[in-house]
Design a protein around this ligand. Structure first.
Ligand code: ATP
Length: 228
């Protein structure tokens, strides 16, 4: 039985830098399995965010294939790709991107809106997610009434309220102090323990080692570290 969730096959990404074309990703291949907790670590500008967006169906590679289960992502139409992302992918970004004029609960409900789910069920599911991330008592707070770590928790709850097969996080601890960062990483670890597949970027080895696999990016290539 195979439980491969995502496969990248010889992925290249080139960007135009003035007159020259620069290869940012140079033939990346790997597979992620259901239940994996994978970190990507590497120097600034090495292409980590570019890789993550390609994995999440947000940015097409120049060449190469991205296959999710048996779906060849970049063969989908724009509409199909949007639907795919809504159904299968959760995103958490460094700056959280919470909507300032919506409460924590309403922020978490947002991804459910396009699904035409009855409003009461949206509320119930968002409340359940708040409990999962330990913020049941902060449902009616606005983002500016929450600490950085609490905002991170809301962003994570929002990313997983749709039960995505894959959670992608781009430096989720980037703006947080070390105590709060550890809390967020502990939350990821707890979610992974419950079965959530996670691929995340970090600059810090300490957090990279939370995962069961670690990818090191350098000069457009990836090297999987051997973990003990
Ligand atoms: N749309 C674009 N057009 C041109 N160059 C780009 C574009 N997007 C990214 N780049 C370049 O590609 C390189 C990799 O960027 P990327 O954001 O993927 O790196 P990163 O490893 O995530 O960096 P950081 O750790 O600083 O966030 C950088 O040199 C960046 O300037």
């Amino acid at each position: 039985m195979t439980n491969v969730l995502l496969t990248l096959e010889d992925v290249y990404k080139k960007f135009q830098d003035g007159q020259t074309e620069v290869d940012i990703l140079k033939g990346i291949s790997f597979s992620i399995h259901t239940g994996d907790f994978v970190s990507i670590i590497g120097p600034s500008g090495s292409g980590k965010s570019t890789l993550l967006t390609i994995c999440g169906g947000l940015q097409e590679p120049t060449t190469g294939k991205v296959v999710f289960k048996d779906i060849d992502l970049y063969n989908l139409s724009k509409e199909e790709l949007t639907e795919f992302r809504q159904k299968h992918i959760g995103f958490v970004f460094q700056h959280m991107h919470l909507i300032p004029y919506l409460t924590a609960l309403e922020n978490i409900m947002l991804p459910l809106v396009p699904r035409k789910i009855a409003i009461q069920e949206q509320i119930e599911r968002a409340k359940f997610m708040l409990e999962q991330v330990g913020l049941a008592d902060k449902a009616n707070r606005y983002p500016n009434q929450l600490s950085g770590g609490e905002q991170g928790r809301v962003a994570i709850a929002r990313a997983i309220v749709t039960n995505p097969s894959l959670l992608l996080a781009d430096e989720p601890t980037g703006n947080l102090d070390s105590k709060t960062s550890k809390e967020i990483m502990d939350l990821f670890a707890a979610l992974n323990k419950k079965g959530q597949t996670i691929l995340f970027i970090t600059h810090q080895l300490e957090y990279a080692s939370y995962g069961n696999r670690m990818f090191e990016m350098k000069d457009g290539a990836i090297n999987e570290a051997v973990l003990k």
